[in-house]
Ligand binder design. Sequence first.
Ligand code: SF4
Ligand code: SF4
Length: 466
Amino acid sequence: MPKKYHIDIKATPLNRDFVSKFKIARGENCINCGKCTKVCIYEAHKRGAKDPRKIDDPHMALCKNCFRCIQECPRGALVKSLDPDFLALGGSYWKPDMLLSIWKQAEDGKVPVSGAGYRGPFTGPGFDGMWTDMSEIVRPTRDGIHGREYISTAVDLGRKLNHLNFADTGSLASNIHQTVDLPIPIIFDIPACKLSNNIMTSFVISAVAAGTFAIMPANDISADIKQYINNIIPLVSPDKITAHQSLISGARLVAIEYATALLNDFGSVKDSIKKISQAVTIVRIPAMTGIEDAVTKLARSGAEVIHIVADYRGMEAPGLRQRFLKDVVRAVHLRLIEERIRDEITIIVSGGIAMAEHVPKAIICGADLIAVDIPLLVALGALLYEQPEMTITLPDWLEKLPAATVVQRIVNLMGAWHSQLLEVMGAMGIREVRRLRGETGRAIFFDEIDKDTFGKLFQQRETASI
Ligand code: SF4
Ligand code: SF4
């Protein structure tokens, strides 16, 4: 049995005000008695460093929302309310709570717990319209995912054979393709943001620490980042393969930007890579109308790995219809099954992967693994706004963070997401993430049960009213 994969999480709080759901305002009737400084065991209230006669504004990054200071202030001077800055964050897809949750996971690497006392809707657009099967969780024999039970989250990237051929002599006649193993079905797709070389290097070192890879445009790979080429996937356009041959020659995986010409000429692109290196090739293709046809064609031309990239909300490019990532992946997965080539190719998906639960959900829809992008920045304090247009604001203190802190926070985020994946798989009784792929029977899709339950009823009414 392979060694159990483990991510070393370590509390790495930044003690900086990221964004808080609530704010506490101190009214003018405060008499600076200091009681709030004593009752708050998290030290969110402190006397002023310069003038200890006064109390500083509360440090909301430390506040745990226990309400004790509010209750115990003798003058009723503290008022807690929803922070308008918090409500202005994100938008219709990236909810402020998601950003806060990513931040907290980066702080301590703990499994995100949500749902207790939940009063929200039970369904919604995107991944919210999918409920995972947690039936095994009630079984008393469940062994504890972090204890004796062995659950593998390992995946391999590359082309696989549908079947093996043997010569008359009994020896293996099939040519076994090269694959790259990963202990976790997540790679990093560093967002195109103006990041310094130090931050980029820290992302790559985090990928090394988590045993995974970081995709980076070849032009952004500086000499000091190149030393980690074993964990980097250089991204190049098909016409720049020769220009980047020194990078590609040392890489285990290389990503090629999609161009329509690839559909008819993937073989020659693969040949030019083969002349330089043994790297497994990924074709990075935008989620778009007709992607099922494009992926099928690429797979039949010998593509090994396809990376389907949706926009930041998980939507495919506008076209006749615009589907969410889960529907795109399901359509591609089912088409490849129909064509009997699904097992020959690896599918990576990205775009709109915002929460730990999105990893198993994307895999259930048919992906082999996911690429995480925006959450890498949010873990370091970036804020995302969807209106009036998608904007990512990097904190001005980002560059002052020590590299070790950046690395540990990304590792923590991966630790939390890995633990969540183990929770979901443990609850389903699935021991291997490869077996979760395309297991749609392990989830309920709201749209489908809605249609099954009420579709006929409304169809009858519509027919009757015609
Ligand atoms: S307990 Fe109330 S009155 Fe006393 S310092 Fe705090 S806010 Fe002011
Ligand atoms: S609500 Fe609780 S944690 Fe927050 S500042 Fe008041 S006493 Fe401290």
